[in-house]
Design a protein around this ligand. Structure first.
Ligand code: CDP
Length: 567
């Protein structure tokens, strides 16, 4: 019997994760071979590799723990690839030589794949004086165009996917140009843009105060904070860009606030990272852990969840040592802090199987409880690893425990960390899981609601012909197996029909127990009023989210989001 829960899962495996030689001959005969290869590669750094290989294999089996696609595709292949998905580049210096040095570093990183984030706030504004040249500065936006061209060129040379994120502070003098940049449908297509919104700015918006745009200590202009906020909101309402990142909250909560300052995230936003920061991702597939789905006794198997979390933390920690890095600075960063981003996928499917309506108070409560359990188990697993293998090199008990996240952490975890240290400075994050959730049998991705219960997809067959294949959500498949064609009950809601504030409620519930951030899109109906739209962002800010990304159907980016199939 096939291991795959859906035909699409097998084709994703074959296209993206199956190890093949350069001429396309498969080396992984079956998906079991893929699991074996990954388990072996990640166990190779252990003192007792055989024992750990078996445990790692057991976690991968049946798509219960899903390392990010890059790990499944690259581990144990001997290829010159990194196993990390997320990078933020070094601080861009405000001089020509430094800027182009950073462009080069970005190109080398992009060549190995992975999403890259940059903060462009460090470049002096357009029109500022350039000493010694007798000219005016061209400003950060013009350099972003150069980065965009670099990305296009590298991708056209056949490199693996590469998405980019650019951030800019809300007090940079060129912020308005940044906000408006993507109104031009031909511009910056390889970038997602996000404004770094600070707490003083949000206060100024609330109190309708003036707001200084500054660079290098000099005030260039003063605007009304509310006008600037409205500009951000209007652009986002019209064409879904830029996103908003609550940067002060990110830094205040960060376990490492004593040794790093964050000003950028990876492209999908779940990983706020310092300069040269890198992170790898992995997700527990909650949809596979529900016992008696839709039944009287439906429940998540918590013992199995704990076991998987412990094994996953160890596997991800090993990945740091097994991986290559595009730049030595990234390697040094990763080894000094040993960040990992363990999260979940299939959350909405799991809730469905428990008959909970995504977005309801009950579903939010359940989500918070599961995420709490995952964080608790993951932190303790990392403490155990510290006892066995040592804490991360920059660990400082007192400072670490003073961070926003650790102040809210359970007392038993705080005590264990104080006594033994911790192996991984940050542990949790929720990725989009765009491809791995298809590979796992089309489970709902990350913490998103189900996007479409069924849709048709064109598939290219080996003989060159095309067929249309129905792709059905994993929970719906189970429902159909059990109840045939009985109509789906009313708790089967989807991303489009949910109220925007229900999306926010779920993001906020999960964020309480996620030390990094969450990739989440809040779908808004086309007819939502501008005022109601702005309230979504205020709700996200007030409920403790670290950022907010919405999507409202619009003429620039289209009516529906496309399902990503890249790996
Ligand atoms: O499903 P998979 O593990 O392949 O990846 P994902 O969870 O959808 O994306 C994880 C991260 O990979 C994103 O946040 C990006 O940093 C990066 N990524 C990218 O660089 N380009 C894409 N087209 C998609 C993801």
């Amino acid at each position: 019997m096939s291991r795959f829960a859906a035909p699409i899962a097998e084709s994703i495996w074959d296209m993206k994760y199956r190890f093949k030689s350069a001429d396309g001959t498969p080396i992984d005969g079956t998906v079991e071979d893929t699991w074996r290869r990954v388990a072996r590669a990640l166990a190779a750094v252990e003192k007792e590799p055989e024992t750990w290989e078996e445990r790692f294999y057991a976690a991968l089996e049946d798509f219960r723990f899903l390392p990010a696609g890059r790990i499944t595709a690259g581990a144990g292949t001997g290829r010159n690839v990194t196993l990390f998905n997320c990078f933020v580049m070094g601080t861009i210096p405000d001089d020509m030589a430094g800027i182009f040095e950073m462009l080069k570093e970005a190109a080398l990183t992009m060549q190995q794949g992975g999403g890259i984030g940059y903060d462009f706030s460090t470049i002096r504004p357009r029109g500022a004086e350039v000493k010694g040249v007798g000219a005016d500065a061209s400003g950060p936006l013009s350099f972003m165009d150069v980065w965009d061209a670099m990305c296009r060129t590298i991708m056209s040379a056949g490199s693996r996917r590469g998405a980019m994120m650019a951030t800019m502070r809300c007090d940079h003098p060129d912020i308005e140009a940044f906000i408006e940049a993507k109104r031009d449908p031909a511009r910056l297509r390889n970038f997602n843009l996000s404004v770094l919104v600070t707490d003083p700015f949000m206060d100024a918006v609330r109190q309708d105060k003036p707001w200084d745009l500054v660079f290098g200590g000099k005030v260039y202009r003063t605007v009304q904070a509310r006008d600037l906020w409205n500009k951000i909101m209007r652009a986002t309402y019209d064409y879904a860009e830029p996103g908003v990142i609550f940067i002060d909250r990110i830094n205040a909560m960060n376990n490492l606030s004593y040794c790093e300052t964050i000003a950028a995230t990876n492209p999908c936003g779940e990983q706020p990272l310092p300069p040269y920061g890198a992170c790898l991702l992995g997700s527990i597939n909650l949809a596979r852990l529900v016992r008696d789905p839709f039944g009287e006794d439906a429940e998540l198997d918590l013992q199995e969840l704990d076991e998987l979390v412990r094994t996953a933390v160890r596997m991800m920690d090993n990945t740091i040592d097994a991986s290559r890095f595009p730049l030595p600075q990234q390697k040094e960063e990763a080894h000094a802090k040993r960040r990992i981003g363990l999260g979940v996928t299939g959350l909405a499917d799991a809730l469905l199987m428990l008959k909970l309506r995504y977005g309801s108070e009950e579903a939010a409560r359940q989500t918070e409880e599961w995420m709490h359990r995952i964080a608790h188990t993951a932190y303790l697993a990392s403490v155990d690893l510290a006892r066995e293998k040592g804490a991360f090199p920059l660990f400082d008990a007192e400072k670490y425990l003073a961070s926003g996240t650790m102040r809210q952490m359970d007392e038993d975890v705080r005590e264990a960390v104080a006594r033994h240290g911790i192996r991984n400075a940050l542990l949790t994050s929720i990725a989009p899981t765009g491809t791995i959730s298809l590979y796992a049998g089309n489970v709902s991705s990350g913490i998103e609601p189900v996007f479409a219960y069924a849709y048709k997809r064109k598939v290219l067959l080996k003989d060159g012909s095309r067929i249309e294949e129905e792709v059905v959500d994993y929970a719906v498949q189970l429902w159909r197996e059990r109840f045939g064609d009985a109509p789906l009950p009313d708790w089967f809601v989807d991303a489009q029909t949910l109220a925007p504030l229900d999306h926010v409620r779920m993001q906020a519930a999960a964020q309480k127990w996620v030390d990094s951030s969450i990739s989440k899109t809040i779908n808004c109906p086309e007819e939502i009023s501008f005022e109601a739209f702005k309230d979504v962002y205020l709700a996200a800010y007030e409920s403790g989210c670290k950022g907010c990304t919405t999507y409202r159907p619009n003429p620039v980016t289209g009516s529906v989001l496309s399902v990503s199939e890249s790996a």
